[in-house]
Structures are given as C-alpha cells and as structure tokens.
Design a protein around this ligand. Sequence first.
Ligand SMILES: [Zn+2]
Ligand SMILES: [Zn+2]
Length: 139
Amino acid sequence: MNLRNCKRCGKLYTYNGIDICPECYKKDEEDFKKIRDYIDANPSATMIEVSRATEVTIKKIMDFLKEGRLILGSQNINIILKCERCGRQILSGRYCEDCSREIEKTLRKGLFNNINTEGSDDQDKLYLRDRIKNNRKRI
Ligand SMILES: [Zn+2]
Ligand SMILES: [Zn+2]
C-alpha cells in the first residue's frame, strides 16, 4: 500500500495519484464549486469579496487559479491574476501565453544543450554578434 502525508492537512492516506487526502480533496471540490458559482453570479466581485462570501482563503483561490483549475472569464474584471514573469494580466495559470511559450522553449533548450539561457534577449544579441562576425569575414 502506498501511504503518503496529505499536502494540505498532513494526515496519512493511501496515495491514489492525488497529492491530498480524500477528505481534503472533497473539501477542495466543494470550495472550488462555491468559488465558481460565486464568481459566475457576481462577475465583478473582488478576490476579497469572493474569499469572504465563500469562506475560502485567498491563497487557496490563487492556488486554484495557478493550477489552471479555476479559469476567470473576461467579465471577472476585479480579480487580478498576473503573469509571474512579465506581470501581464491573465485569466488562469501562472504565466501568460507568450511567457509559457518562452519558458517551454528555454526549458527544452536547457534539456538538450544544458546551457542556461536567460531568455530571448541574449539570443538576439548572439545572433547579432554572429551576423557582425560574418559581415567582417566577408569584408
Ligand atoms: Zn488532507
Ligand atoms: Zn508573461
């Protein structure tokens, strides 16, 4: 039997592919439904209002958003979730589309080349340097 400690409450439970125990999972589901229903009914509510009305902590609401489980609609203008990389406003997850793509690219490159690139800026500079070199060669 595969026993684990629940990430939420610390209790021992039989691991079934989920990081939290069945009780916390059930609670999560209930909280999630409460949040979603409240946001649906009150699209202009702020994070604090949602937290107060549903009795779910802001941290947990943020977790739902970051896990990509809770997705904001474009009408939910007062709940602000920002890309952790560039600060652009997003509706779900941790990064905006552009940054997710960049991060994925960097990760993939890191896996193959084992080089830690700092993002596209450096690549542009490298590209420019190579071009200058090539131009010089031609001259
Ligand atoms: Zn638990
Ligand atoms: Zn971003």
